[in-house]
Design a binder for this molecule. Structure first.
Ligand SMILES: [Zn+2]
Ligand SMILES: [Zn+2]
Length: 158
C-alpha cells in the first residue's frame, strides 16, 4: 500500500511504501517550534521506500545551531506555504515523516512520547503511551548512559 502526503498548498507531494516505525511524538523544543504545536508526530520510513514526487525545488532546509554534536537538527519546509515537509533527498537510510502531512491512514498509531522534559506547563499528555526523557531515550535507543553531569540545552542557551 502506497501512502501519500502533501503540504498545505499541494506543491510538495511525496509517497512511501510502508511505515517502518517508530511512530513517535517528539516534544523537543525544536520540533515544537517547527510544528508550532505541542509536539511533532513523526513516522519512521526507509529512504529506499520513500519518494518526493513533486515540489522538490520548493523545499527549503534550515540547519539549526548544533546543541550537542553533529549532525544539526534539520528542518525542511515548503517555501510557498511553510508546512514542514520531509527532506527532498534524504541523506540517511531512514527519515522521519511529519504524520500530519499524510492524506491517508498509514495503518499505524503513535507508540511513544519522547523528549518529555520539554513539555511546557500548558500541555497535558492524556494517553497511556510510554514516555521517554532524553536520558531514557539514549539508554533505550543507543545503549548509551548519559553522564551524571549531562546538561539539557536548548537553542536559547547558544
Ligand atoms: Zn506548500
Ligand atoms: Zn524533536
Amino acid at each position: 500500500m502506497t501512502i501519500h502526503g502533501s503540504c498545505l498548498c499541494g506543491e510538495v507531494r511525496f509517497e512511501f511504501e510502508r511505515a517502518a516505525g517508530p511512530f513517535e511524538i517528539c516534544h523537543c523544543n525544536r520540533c515544537r517550534k517547527t510544528s508550532g504545536s505541542h509536539g511533532m508526530p513523526t513516522i519512521g520510513v526507509l529512504a529506499t521506500e520513500y519518494r518526493m514526487t513533486s515540489g522538490k525545488k520548493s523545499v527549503s532546509t534550515f540547519a539549526a545551531p548544533i546543541l550537542y554534536a553533529a549532525p544539526a537538527y534539520h528542518s525542511s519546509f515548503c517555501s510557498k506555504c511553510g508546512s514542514p515537509v520531509p527532506p527532498a533527498n534524504p541523506d540517511s537510510d531512514k527519515l522521519e515523516i511529519p504524520a500530519g502531512l499524510l492524506d491517508e491512514d498509514p495503518g499505524v498509531a503513535p507508540d511513544k512520547h519522547i523528549f518529555t522534559e520539554f513539555i511546557p506547563p500548558w500541555d497535558r499528555i492524556a494517553d497511556t503511551l510510554p514516555q521517554f526523557n532524553i536520558r531514557e531515550l539514549f539508554r533505550e535507543r543507543e545503549g548509551i548512559e548519559l553522564p551524571d553531569d549531562f546538561e539539557l540545552r536548548s537553542h536559547y542557551d547558544i
